[in-house]
Write a protein that binds this ligand. Structure first.
Ligand code: GAR
Length: 208
């Protein structure tokens, strides 16, 4: 059984999708053992507590340097014996130390089809705003491993979602979550825990 630690910052609907997948047996070989939030007021923390999952809060602003924060987060994750770390709406960019300590063991969910609408500044509603400004007709979500390049790690799974006339960033965000994120994130986590994802040359081979 793999220990899954989920990092959050906000509402935690992706965390909910992971908890549901654990409860309904979709995630068989892993257990969410801790939820770590960058924000002490995140509703995601309530979701964790309601499901008797251990919680921690770690804020970048409580450390003098980014390196100290990076080191503290790495030590926290090691102390939790994390086998897999999931960024489920985690809004702080990770440092080198944590990325190196957990190479190919950190999965992020991004609300667009990478390599479109990703990288610095593309997070949360800003992504959907940029999609609507460009006028693309298809968007979606991507589950990928995290490396030092922002949103640049090996892609595990993607799902396309239609952009519709009259969409606002909020309406589109909801559709992308419902049709893509809440589906491909738990699937990717389940496959990882079953040892079915290999990484070669910055690409994944996923055995479904
Ligand atoms: C989700 O749409 C997630 O893909 C996005 O933030 C939202 C969090 O919602 N993540 C990013 O933009 C990361 N770059 P949630 O807290 O309800 O899961």
């Amino acid at each position: 059984m793999k220990n899954i630690v989920v990092l959050v910052s906000g509402g935690g609907t992706n965390l909910k999708a992971l908890i549901d997948a654990q409860n309904n047996g979709e995630i068989k070989q892993g257990k969410i053992t801790c939820v770590v939030s960058s924000n002490p007021n995140a509703y995601a923390l309530e979701r964790a507590k309601n499901n008797s999952i251990d919680t921690e809060v770690i804020r970048k602003k409580d450390y003098e340097t980014f390196e100290e924060y990076d080191n503290a987060l790495t030590e926290l994750l090691k102390s939790k014996n994390a086998d897999l770390i999931v960024l489920a709406g985690f809004m702080t960019v990770l440092g080198k130390q944590v990325i190196n300590a957990f190479e190919n063991r950190i999965i992020n969910i991004h609300p667009a089809l990478i390599p479109s609408f990703c990288g610095q500044g593309f997070y949360g509603l800003y992504v959907h705003q940029a999609v609507l400004e460009k006028g693309v007709k298809i968007t979606g979500a991507t589950a990928h491993f995290v490396n030092e390049v922002c949103d640049g790690g090996p892609i595990i799974m993607q799902k396309a979602v239609e952009v519709k006339n009259g969409d606002t960033p909020e309406i589109l965000q909801k559709r992308v979550m419902e049709q893509a994120e809440w589906n491909i994130l738990p699937k990717s986590v389940a496959l990882f825990c079953e040892g079915k994802i290999k990484v070669e040359n910055n690409k994944t081979i996923v055995e479904e």
